[in-house]
Design a protein around this ligand. Structure first.
Ligand SMILES: Cc1ncc(C[n+]2csc(CCOP(=O)(O)OP(=O)(O)O)c2C)c(N)n1
Ligand SMILES: [Mg+2]
Length: 374
């Protein structure tokens, strides 16, 4: 499955040369042939230090955070089966390393995040109380969006987390707006805008790429390539499946990252965030990952084989991968079992809370709703 980054072509003519007379061969030079723009400039830097040099404490923290997402999502799947969660519910199981690797590198006071409907993991990555996230899933008053948003529409403006969006690709354009606000307000923040491989075929994504690059906005576009958009594999839907290349026409450098390795994702985040914080404009990062469960809870997943899923679980699982590194570093199976036990307890308490706390009052139907005449 590993894709080999393509070698960049030899630099050709500069942008100035491009404006020469039509008869000149250089008039056809592509912007990405500019000597000052190399598609893989960041990839090369990233390849030099491809795994983040985490301290033992950081490594353990990544492990705990990923495991919390895994156990939370398993429980959410159970509650859905029991009819306690209604509507749509898209689980993030398998993709944990992406949210943790990237969000652990954010500046929590400044940076913003936006994503699609597969959003529980991104919220948990902030360390937000699992109780209020689970209560949102069960539609309770104590939920983070007062029980009125549900699985797909969770927000925490306190953390600068701007959702949770159900319209595929729309969050990318909104993310461009968040990045523009960072720049306009000179607040030093960047926006991390996640989207899927399916969303990557939306037109508004490229309109956003163009403006973000033109205006040099502080944004990291992250394609979570989990290989499928609902039941359609990337091979069937995408003419170019190396998503990191898709920023080239907009002079946005691309990075290709193993999204099943939290240390690799974090190392990539270091390079990308540094580039953006230095005012050098957007970055497009492709994180190759895999979702173990169906697209949503109502997906029987008949478009792929059990063996394909099992292969990912057996050989690429992000939590098992880090577990190995931790054990090599001196942790024991017992230490890790104790962590799992603690996390299961936290998740069970969150589920109890989400099941037993009150529903919103009927009067809540009339709050947080935009009622205006146009
Ligand atoms: C504009 C729009 N078109 C179609 C849909 C229906 N839809 C919901 S999810 C989805 C697939 C998106 O796949 P991807 O971007 O790969 O994200 P993933 O679910 O894999 O995380 C589609 C087509 C939608 N919600 N919005
Ligand atoms: Mg997908």
């Amino acid at each position: 499955m590993a894709k080999q980054p393509q070698k960049s072509k030899a630099p050709a003519k500069s942008r100035a040369a491009k404006s020469k007379s039509a008869g000149d061969a250089s008039a056809n030079a592509a912007p990405s042939d500019d000597p000052d723009f190399i598609l893989h400039s960041l990839q090369q830097e990233f390849e030099e230090q491809k795994r983040f040099n985490a301290s033992p404490e950081q490594m353990l923290e990544f492990y705990e955070q990923m495991l919390l997402i895994r156990r939370f999502e398993e429980k959410a799947g159970q509650l859905y089966g029991l009819g306690l969660i209604g509507g749509f519910c898209h689980l993030y199981i398998g993709q944990e390393a992406v949210a943790i690797g990237l969000q652990s590198a954010l500046d929590g006071d400044k940076d913003s995040v936006i994503t699609g409907y597969r959003d529980h993991g991104h919220m948990l990555a902030y360390g937000i109380d699992p109780k209020v996230i689970m209560a949102e899933l069960t539609g309770r008053e104590a939920g983070i969006s007062k029980g009125k948003g549900g699985s797909m529409h969770m927000f925490s403006t306190e953390h600068k987390f701007y959702g949770g969006h159900g319209i595929v690709g729309a969050q990318v354009a909104l993310g461009g707006g968040l990045a523009l606000a960072h720049k306009y307000n000179e607040d030093g923040g960047l926006c991390l805008a996640y989207f899927g491989d399916g969303a990557a075929n939306q037109g508004q994504v490229y309109e956003t790429f163009n403006m973000a690059s033109l205006w040099n906005l502080p944004i990291v576009f992250v394609v979570e390539d989990n290989q499928y958009a609902m039941g359609t594999s990337t091979k069937r839907s995408s003419a170019e499946t190396r998503f990191y290349r898709r920023g080239t026409s907009f002079r946005i450098p691309g990075m290709e990252v193993n999204g099943m390795d939290v240390l690799e994702v974090r190392a990539a985040a270091e390079v990308a965030f540094k580039h953006v914080r230095e005012g050098k404009g957007p970055v497009l990062m492709e994180c190759n990952t895999y979702r173990y469960r169906g697209h949503s809870m109502s997906d029987p997943a008949k478009y792929r084989t059990r063996e394909e899923v099992q292969e990912q679980r057996d050989f690429h699982d992000p939590i098992e991968g880090l577990k190995k590194t931790l054990i090599e570093g001196g942790k024991t199976e017992e230490d890790l079992k104790a962590i799992d036990k603690g996390i299961r307890k936290v998740v069970a308490e969150a589920a109890d809370f989400a099941e037993n706390s009150p529903e919103p009052a009927p009067s809540e139907l009339y709050t947080d709703v935009l009622v205006e005449s146009y």
